[in-house]
Write a protein that binds this ligand. Structure first.
Ligand SMILES: [Zn+2]
Length: 594
């Protein structure tokens, strides 16, 4: 590798593919508001009178609008991600939020008029060849129809939205303003919840144990208010579900994810049957750490010492791992890098974490990283480019509207891409500490996504059931449900501290999107299943997998994975994923010398 390779801090976004500057973005927002209003004035009240070619023209025009909206939204969002303190970016964000709301309001009639069409008229349109590029998404929209109430009822329900968000805001504020005094060895100072949680990845056990105790001691005084927020929201959701006629509290989420209740239950059952894999690793990890048994605080303790990875080296790993699978994937990766669509190094004011934003059919996606030369940053790079390659291939084949998947499928290609890079590293890395660290990290991330997210979903099911029986969700009751569901996973393989009963109290998903979490279990498990198919027959698998990526959101998850012989309704399918997870566990144990 040449010495002129770029340094981490020099690899920054070039946003010129999106917009020249903030001035152009403002002008773009104004023009788009006018365009949406003009579009609405042409079509509002007319949907029922359109034939298939006219309906197709409407969909195409809405698709173009959607992409121009996306371009401005992404530009606005990226500007703020680059520097949260930039006044111009903040002003633009305000403009973007207001204009987006105006545009959405103008376009709301589209969905409503589409749902209002009689079934035979809608079916006639959906069967026409003109509407093929939009048919699946249009069909999914209409599935809501039986649960939509009269206009006056919907308005009344909408009117209580601000009360609902007040409960959510109260919860968020209670959690985000919590400052817990803690001494990490360098003097006591106030800590946020996520700062305390970050100590769980420290090598120093005393600090880990103390951080866990401090966290739950800190949550205890706020638990009563946090429970009251949850109780109010669950009660409200159940009341609205009754009016709409939903059969169970999970149904709205499952419908949004395009997954049958049966699929979700088969997955969760198989997950619970396989708790033994997690417990076995906890036993092995206790031996590695020289303990009789793990405490909760040891769950994510580091294993092995990994070496540093430079940015050029990370690029080489991902490019090679992708290229071995299919040259198409490495081409897209290189294309995004060459176009200046990756922002790599951490900087003051820059957004934390990592993400990938799709833009439109004509513009390559943008990726944000906070690359700190850790082996896990190499995995994250592969993960985000799993999203990017998915976006590019789906947008080549699908309409804008049909390219996007819900979280259950959207996280599959990213998880798969991460597995490609991790496997490449495990096979080619010579430093034993790095291999041990990577294998353990990968396994524990999978556990967190698969087991913990399912525990969270089961806890929610219990809470809704209790509330439906007419019992309130107070602190004592939530503590009890939380411990019961967690003990099902951990068994006696790991000691839960007394305060862990309060572990439910700060989880934002319970408050914002019910049953949100199982989508992560789903994505991890489907990625494992696909990876297993890939290892069985790499040559036959790769082209089929590229077809899956190109299909985007044009079919339901069950239909998307059917060509791989996966029947998601069968518990046996999911059991196969756990055979793959168990192989990962065995590998992590072998590499770490457990
Ligand atoms: Zn992701």
């Amino acid at each position: 590798m040449s010495t002129t390779e770029p340094r981490t801090e020099d690899v920054r976004w070039d946003l010129s593919d999106l917009c020249a500057d903030a001035g152009q973005a403002r002008a773009g927002w104004s023009a788009l508001v006018e365009r949406a209003a003009e579009f609405a004035s042409r079509y509002r009240g007319r949907i029922a009178s359109l034939d298939a070619p006219a309906f197709r023209a409407l969909c195409d025009e809405a698709d173009d609008l959607g992409q121009d909206l996306s371009r401005l939204q992404v530009y606005t969002f990226l500007r703020l991600s680059m520097d949260a303190t930039d006044v111009e970016a903040n002003d633009l964000t305000t403009v973007g939020r207001d204009r987006s709301a105006e545009i959405e309001n103008d376009l709301v009639f589209l969905g409503l008029e589409w749902i209002a069409l009689d079934d035979d008229v809608a079916e006639g349109l959906l069967a026409s060849p003109e509407l093929a590029p939009y048919a699946h998404k249009l069909r999914v929209e209409r599935e809501e129809k039986p649960y939509v109430l009269t206009e006056a009822e919907e308005q009344a329900l909408n009117a209580r939205r601000s009360i609902v968000s007040s409960w959510q805001a109260l919860h968020d504020r209670q959690v985000s303003t919590l400052e817990i005094p803690f001494d990490d060895g360098e003097g006591e100072r106030p800590h946020t919840i996520s700062e305390l949680l970050s100590y769980l990845y420290r090598a120093d056990r005393t600090v880990r144990l103390a951080a866990v105790d401090a966290l739950f001691d800190g949550l205890k005084p706020r638990a009563d208010v946090l429970a009251a927020c949850y109780d109010a929201l669950v009660g409200d959701r159940l009341a609205v579900d009754r009016l709409r006629g939903f059969e169970n509290p999970m149904q709205p989420t499952n419908m949004g994810n395009e997954l049958d209740d049966e699929i979700v239950e088969a997955m969760m059952t198989a997950t619970e049957e396989a708790h033994g894999i997690g417990r076995r690793w906890f036993g092995a990890k206790a031996r590695l750490l020289g303990l009789d048994r793990l405490e909760l605080a040891d769950q994510y303790a580091p294993i092995g010492e990994a070496r540093a990875f430079s940015w050029p080296e990370a690029v080489e790993v991902v490019e090679t791992a992708f290229g071995r699978f299919s040259p198409r994937l490495s081409e897209i990766f290189k294309g995004c890098l060459d176009a200046g669509h990756v922002d790599v190094g951490p900087r003051p004011g820059k957004a934390a974490g990592a993400y990938c934003s799709a833009v439109s059919k004509d513009i390559l996606p943008y990726v944000l990283m906070n690359f700190m030369e850790r082996v896990r940053d190499v995995s994250t790079l592969a993960h985000e480019f799993g999203h990017a390659t998915h976006n590019v291939l789906a947008l080549e084949k699908q309409s804008w509207r049909s390219h996007r998947c819900g979280i259950p499928m959207a996280e599959v290609p990213s998880t798969f891409a991460q597995a490609l890079a991790d496997d490449y590293l495990l096979g080619n890395e010579s430093d034993p500490g790095t291999r041990a660290s990577l294998a353990a990290d990968r396994l524990e991330n999978s556990f967190a996504a698969i087991y913990r997210q399912t525990v969270l979903a089961r806890f929610e099911q219990r809470a809704y059931a209790v509330r439906m029986e007419g019992l309130s969700l107070g602190v004592e009751r939530l503590n009890e449900l939380w411990l019961e569901e967690n003990v099902k996973y951990y068994g006696d393989s790991l000691t839960l501290p007394e305060g862990y009963a309060y572990g439910w109290s700060y989880v934002p998903h319970f408050i914002h999107v019910r049953f949100y979490t199982y989508a992560y279990s789903f994505a991890q498990l489907v990625a494992l299943l696909l990876y297993r198919r890939y290892r069985e027959d790499p040559e036959a698998f790769a082209p089929k997998y590229l077809d899956l990526l190109a299909a985007g959101g044009s079919a339901s998850p069950a239909d998307l994975v059917a060509p791989f012989g996966l029947d998601l309704r069968s518990t046996d399918t999911w059991r196969e994923a756990f055979a793959e997870l168990d192989a990962m566990r065995a590998n992590a144990e072998a590499l770490s010398g457990a």
